[in-house]
Design a protein around this ligand. Structure first.
Ligand SMILES: CC(C)[C@H](C(=O)O)[C@@H](O)C(=O)O
Ligand code: SF4
Length: 417
């Protein structure tokens, strides 16, 4: 019987053939924590006197959620990570390096790997053909020390996408459409395998946007087979030798197959306060916007900043609308500087932040005021997400967000493209 991508990768790491539903102990290739979840992981390891890492050169501690630190407590938490890195030789990703999930796909994860990370959007790396999933701090702590973890092999939903996007429609609109269709708990504990000609024709950046948000449908991971697009991406990252093709068998068994015609998708937005509250843009035009945020592990990459710069070139943000831009990593920031995207965005009135999570999770750099509305290219819009429960967050593509920065309200991005 054929195997899905998850069954193949987990089987290789468990040293035996596995099927959906099996519970196994599997070797782990890459482990990661961030500055919100890492201190607890370190404290647990120190408590059981297991201050070591099985694979120090593939264990990374990321300072990205509160980078640079906005207060002394977070600064002291950051130093817990800095000291653990010194004590064990694991990698510390410092302030200014970027968001964990972007750095993981740039430098640390390769096709066929198992990655466990103490952050729910660890599934992002699945676009490289790696089994990547978020876990709690303690589970990841054990994975760091022992180089293995227990896993239940997930059933897989095959998301088969064909056709071409209309103008003004992007990978973000596709993943929001999917989440709206199956619901925030529609794929709980499943693997989402994205396939079909539309996916094959996507860039890695677009694929990362899809897998990043798999968890917003409840999924354990999101996956794309590794192909020539993957190889080219790894070559750009100086890691072509790490490429290997990973794909599901033709006769793999899927719990559900969802066919989607990409050409039928319109620009959409997730409206407050849940990600699956997906609306057609025409139902929301005219909604006043106080803040636009472009960035994050979902849509803070070079092509995202290019889309935003192309919309805003020669324009000004609306005087009543703030525009915050956060490149997803230092590499993205440097390339966006070299290509002039940052200058264009600053000239349009953007406040550009250091690479990292920025205001995404409500720690700093753009806390909303009471009754304010923010349209963001991030992946969550829960009540209070950006630091104020009395504010409203809409999720969109970079084009829709940039269009709102000009108009001061939600408009159809096709009006400015
Ligand atoms: C703060 C962290 C626990 C959280 C996550 O795990 O996803 C954050 O990254 C998020 O995006 O909500
Ligand atoms: S950018 Fe946002 S979604 Fe991504 S890891 Fe940071 S807080 Fe989480």
């Amino acid at each position: 019987m054929g195997k899905t991508i998850s069954e193949k990768i987990i089987g290789e790491h468990a040293g035996k053939e596995v099927s959906a539903g099996d519970i196994v102990v599997a070797r782990v290739d890459v482990t990661a924590v961030q500055d919100g979840t890492g201190p607890l992981a370190v404290q647990q390891l120190r408590k059981i006197k297991l201050v070591e890492a099985k694979n120090p050169d593939r264990t990374i501690l990321f300072i990205d959620h509160a980078a640079p630190s906005p207060n002394k407590d977070l600064s002291n938490a950051h130093n817990i990570l800095r000291q653990f890195a010194k004590d064990t030789g694991v990698i510390l990703s410092e302030v200014g390096e970027g968001v964990c999930h972007q750095r993981l796909v740039e430098s640390y994860v390769k096709p066929g790997d198992i990655l466990i990370g103490a952050d729910s959007h660890t599934c992002t790396s699945g676009a490289l053909g790696a089994f990547s999933t978020g876990m709690g701090s303690t589970d990841v702590a054990i994975g760091i020390a022992l180089g293995k973890t227990w896993l239940r092999v997930p059933e897989t939903f095959k998301i088969n996408v064909t056709g071409k996007f209309q103008k003004g429609v992007y990978a973000k609109d596709l993943i929001l459409h999917i989440i709206g269709m199956i619901g925030a708990d529609g794929a709980t504990y499943k693997a989402l395998e994205f396939s079909g000609e539309t996916i094959r024709n996507m860039t890695m950046s677009e694929r990362f946007t899809l897998t990043n948000m798999a968890v917003e449908a409840g999924a354990k991971t999101g996956l794309v087979e590794s192909d020539e697009v993957t190889r080219r991406y790894l070559k750009e990252m100086g890691r072509e030798d790490e490429f290997r093709p990973i794909k599901a068998d033709e006769d793999a068994v899927y719990e559900r197959i969802i066919d989607i015609d990409a050409s039928a998708i319109e620009p959409v937005i997730s409206a407050p306060h849940t990600v699956d509250n997906v609306k057609s843009i025409k139902d929301l035009t005219g909604t006043k916007v106080d803040q636009v945020f472009i960035g994050t592990c979902t849509n803070g990459r070079l092509d995202d900043l290019k889309i935003a710069a192309n919309v805003l070139r020669g324009k000004q943000r609306h005087p009543d609308t703030r525009l915050i831009v956060t490149p997803a990593s230092k590499q993205v920031y440097i390339q966006a500087l070299e290509k002039g995207y940052i200058q264009t965005l600053v000239e349009a009135g953007a406040a550009v932040m250091a690479p990292g999570c920025g205001p995404c999770v409500g720690v700093h750099q753009g806390i909303l005021a009471n009754d304010e509305v923010c349209i963001a290219t991030q992946n969550r819009n829960f009540k209070g997400r950006m630091g104020n429960p009395d504010s409203y967050i809409y999720l969109s593509s970079p084009a829709t967000a940039a269009a709102a920065a000009i108009a001061g309200e939600i408009i159809d991005p096709r009006e400015v493209l």
